[in-house]
Design a protein around this ligand. Structure first.
Ligand code: ADP
Length: 256
């Protein structure tokens, strides 16, 4: 640990300096702890698919398998490799954003047609699961965004709305002007997020329920990426949810 011993208690400059050093040491320890936790989580995420891959590779090597059985095992190996690949891609994406190597090219975009194109892109998946999708947007609002990056923010949130909602429910995308801002919200009628998890959902690798998350294929990185992208745009993102009733994600951007 970065331990320091600064017993100076005086209220002069030296005392203030001692105080700043103490704060800095605390911050560094906190960062170190977060980094260790993050690495531990990644190792854990990699271990499960690797266990499958190794196990099924051992089985697939057996000589007494039918071709169908062998194909089945090889298919699982392929899927689990794909899962590792997705994890690494998302982590790499976040790392690039951390390094500020990540440039966005903003342009003035009329919001309604932009949202409508995203709406049309995701609609089939919603209809497939018998979930209605609505779009309710002011028509004369402009924002400064990088359309592809900001599109990814909305896709990540809409993917979740789809994943965590049951058949027969509805999801609504709303966008309207408020003062000098534009408020974009996505409301689903899905399973909701427990109060105690709510403060953490934007953290990297945080998932509400690990076993169910594995079935739905998530790593707990989608919202961390969305938040970072919104912040790169100078906006903010927040979440409200009621367990068993649904969830609303709200993004606030400056109007252009
Ligand atoms: P994941 O890829 O696991 O979905 P995210 O970062 O996108 O990761 O979301 C983090 C966690 O927040 C998810 O594991 C899920 O439990 C919860 N969550 C996110 N969006 C919703 C939603 N619309 N409804 C219910 N739970 C959600």
């Amino acid at each position: 640990d970065f331990s320091v011993s600064v017993p100076v208690q005086s209220h002069d400059e030296l005392g203030e300096l001692a105080q700043s050093i103490q704060t800095l040491a605390n911050d560094l320890n906190h960062i170190k702890q977060e980094r260790n936790d993050f690495l531990a989580s990644i190792s854990h995420e990699l271990r499960t698919p690797l266990t499958y891959i190794k196990g099924y590779a051992d089985i697939a090597r057996r000589t007494n398998l039918s071709p169908q059985e062998r194909t089945h095992y090889l298919q699982i190996i392929g899927e689990e490799s794909e899962r590792i690949n997705r994890l690494l891609e998302e982590l790499f994406y976040l790392a690039r954003m951390d390094q500020n190597e990540f440039l966005i090219t903003k342009e003035r975009v009329r919001l309604f047609p932009f949202l409508h194109s995203i709406y049309e892109r995701v609609l089939p998946a919603f209809l497939n699961k018998n979930i209605q999708l609505h779009l309710d947007s002011d028509h004369d609002v402009y924002v400064d965004i990088d359309p592809s990056r900001f599109g990814q923010v909305l896709s990540n949130i809409l993917d979740n709305a789809l994943k965590y909602s049951n058949e027969g429910t509805a999801t609504t995308i709303r966008a309207f002007k408020k003062d000098w801002n534009v408020v974009i919200s996505i409301t689903d009628q899905g399973i909701g997020i427990p109060d105690e998890d709510l403060p953490y959902v934007f953290e990297r690798l945080y998932r509400v329920e690990k076993s169910r998350a594995r079935m739905t294929g998530g790593f707990g990185l989608g919202l961390a990426i969305a938040k970072q992208l919104v912040e790169v745009h100078g906006g903010s993102i927040s979440v409200e949810s009621r367990l068993g009733e649904g969830t609303t994600f709200t993004i606030v951007l400056k109007e252009s």
